[in-house]
Design a protein around this ligand. Structure first.
Ligand code: FEO
Length: 579
């Protein structure tokens, strides 16, 4: 049975609701539904809101697995009180301390003062900063258990980096439910508690993986190895979006496949950040996402908990290093500075590096580290990123594009080698496939992008639709997720060179692609190029993954031709193994 609490509108008139449902013996999910959560609010490119899932397990003892976001305070606590007298809660399991799951732990503790907080060592340390009061605690490791009685024996699995270093999974042997918090989740808000509609869920499931999990692909595979040793898993109870039950094998299979793919490159960038310091987590994640788009493997390491041997080992293997500046004083400063010293001692010349500040308020001086690394013979991939205020979508876009540039630089030698190895006759023959010339333009909020495109082909009459192939490392790819809108500008033969030259330029990360170009906004908000022959207003309907491109199928809502007598510019190539 699903029980829904009344709607609540926040000051910004966003719709928030809470539902509960019994999902197994003695087990109830409390889903906080955040219908209109903004893009870039938590993850980049949020389209369909999100949910925060919390679970109540009632054996002889009672456990609450995670809570909710603070914005649900009243709704969540009222709902919880409707299910149980919170004073009866014996354990509060903290899967992960990011405030979207732990934002109400302090409130629950006030109602359940005798509850023991269960979590990984790191989680308990983070939680102290969140609740600012003493609490009973139980620090657990992989394989350890808590017996709630009535068969509900909870077994814990360390799953660091999914998505913070503090993450644990919890497996209930009685119900075969695995509680995974961020892992296997999706920012997808609808009435369905479970994953009935695979087709509808798939694009968000994938995009969430790309944003949060791809930079931690090796950690995903390690966690999945540990999962394989548990008993049968009948349900994955996620922290966001629908719970996986109907398509569990398919969706976990995708995680395995994607993570194997993401971690197979021998070109590795070690990303060193400082969790819970300024916006270091998010900035590093945005840059890492940009790097993974180029096929380069990312391994993330939190400087707060970094084991010197592991730091040493990662620096030794990595071709590139990305370092978020640690604090120069305060909690954990000594450890993080020591970790940076370990990095400096382990670096090799010819490695590439990039540095960023994350608005932590008390950063180690970035220029000093920049100079030290340069003096040691390392090559700077980009000018240090200095975030001087709360980062917004433009900052995250710049960070992602910086990461892509860094990844492209590292992957270039291999790419050239691959291209050279192709058969000359074959590449010439393939080059005889010709196509039109187009500029794709997209704008969402404060973010915009554009790309010269030629691999475009009409694909359907009803609805009117076409496909476009977009290289995975294109900046605009992030703005072409299912449901996103854009404009296809069709270039005019004889009047295309200026636009073509402009958009062929290599733009620095975050640069305005439209500076000096005449545009007007389309109904969907994306720019129409005034000098194009025709334009189409489009929406992404689906995406198919290919080896190095996304094949994006789009439907067309509107369009116009400016000069009836003109024809489309055509692109004739000499070889088929490049554009
Ligand atoms: Fe959903 Fe990393 O918090």
């Amino acid at each position: 049975m699903v029980v829904a609490a009344p709607d609540l509108k926040t000051a910004q008139q966003k719709r928030l609701t809470v539902t509960t449902e019994v999902i197994a013996d003695d087990t109830t999910v409390i889903r906080s539904l955040d219908w209109d959560r903004d893009r870039f609010d938590i993850e980049f490119g949020l389209q369909n809101g999100t949910t925060y899932n919390s679970y109540l397990i009632r054996g002889e003892k009672v456990a609450l697995v995670d809570t909710s976001h603070a914005k649900f305070r009243q709704l969540y606590l009222d709902t919880l009180k409707g299910l149980i007298d919170p004073a009866e809660i014996d354990y509060i399991v903290i899967s992960h301390t990011e405030p979207d799951h732990s934002g109400l732990v302090k409130d629950v503790l006030a109602l359940a003062p005798n509850a023991t907080v269960v979590g990984a060592k790191v989680a308990l340390a983070f939680l102290e900063d969140l609740v600012h009061q003493p609490f009973d605690r139980l620090q657990i490791k992989s394989g350890e258990t808590v017996d709630l009685g009535n068969g509900h024996r909870l077994e814990f699995v360390n799953a660091p980096n999914l998505h913070w270093p503090d993450t644990i999974f919890t497996y209930d042997q009685q119900t075969s439910i695995l509680y995974t918090c961020d892992a296997f989740g999706a920012h997808y808000c609808n009435e369905d508690t479970f994953d009935e509609n695979l087709e509808a869920l798939s694009p968000d499931f994938r995009f969430y993986y790309e944003c949060l999990m791809a930079p931690n692909a090796r950690s995903v595979l390690s966690a999945m190895k540990r999962m394989d040793k548990l008993g049968e898993i009948g349900t994955i109870a996620t922290g966001h979006g629908p719970l996986l039950r109907h398509n569990l094998e398919e969706l976990t299979g995708r995680y395995r496949r994607w993570s194997q793919e993401k971690s197979k490159s021998e070109t590795i960038v070690g990303v060193f950040y400082v969790s819970d310091y300024g916006y270091s987590d998010r900035i590093s994640q945005a840059i890492a996402k940009g790097i993974t788009k180029t096929g380069v493997t990312v391994e993330m390491m939190n400087l707060r908990q970094a084991d010197p041997q592991e730091v040493n080992e990662l620096v030794g293997r990595a071709k590139g290093l990305l370092i978020g500046m640690p604090p120069s004083s305060g909690r954990g400063a000594e450890e993080t500075q020591a970790a940076v010293s370990t990095i400096l001692a382990a670096v090799k010349d010819k490695q590439t590096f990039g540095l960023f500040e994350a608005y932590g308020g008390d950063d180690e001086p970035i220029d000093t580290l920049q100079t030290k690394l340069s003096d040691l013979g390392l090559k700077s991939a980009f000018d240090p990123i200095r975030i001087k205020d709360t980062p917004g979508e433009v900052d995250y876009q710049r960070c992602e594009e910086t990461g892509t540039d860094m990844g492209q630089g590292l992957a270039q030698a291999k790419k050239i080698k691959k291209i050279k190895s192709l058969d000359a006759d074959l590449q010439k023959a393939l080059g005889r496939i010709s196509s039109g010339l187009y500029i794709i333009t997209a704008a969402q909020g404060d973010v915009s992008s554009a790309m010269l495109a030629s691999w475009i082909s009409q694909a359907s009459f009803q609805p009117l639709g076409f496909t476009v192939a977009i290289a995975k490392d294109r900046a605009i790819e992030s703005l072409m997720q299912v449901g996103d809108t854009f404009v296809l500008n069709i270039l005019e033969e004889g009047n295309h060179l200026d636009l073509m030259k402009h958009f062929l330029k290599r733009f620095p990360p975050g640069a305005d692609r439209f500076a000096g170009v005449r545009t007007r906004p389309a109904t969907n908000g994306s720019p129409i190029l005034a000098d194009s022959l025709a334009y189409l207003e489009c929406e992404v309907a689906s995406r198919m993954e290919l080896s190095d491109h996304w094949l994006v199928y789009c439907t067309v809502d509107d369009g116009k031709v400016s000069k009836e007598e003109s024809v489309t510019a055509v692109h004739h190539r000499k070889i088929g193994n490049y554009y």
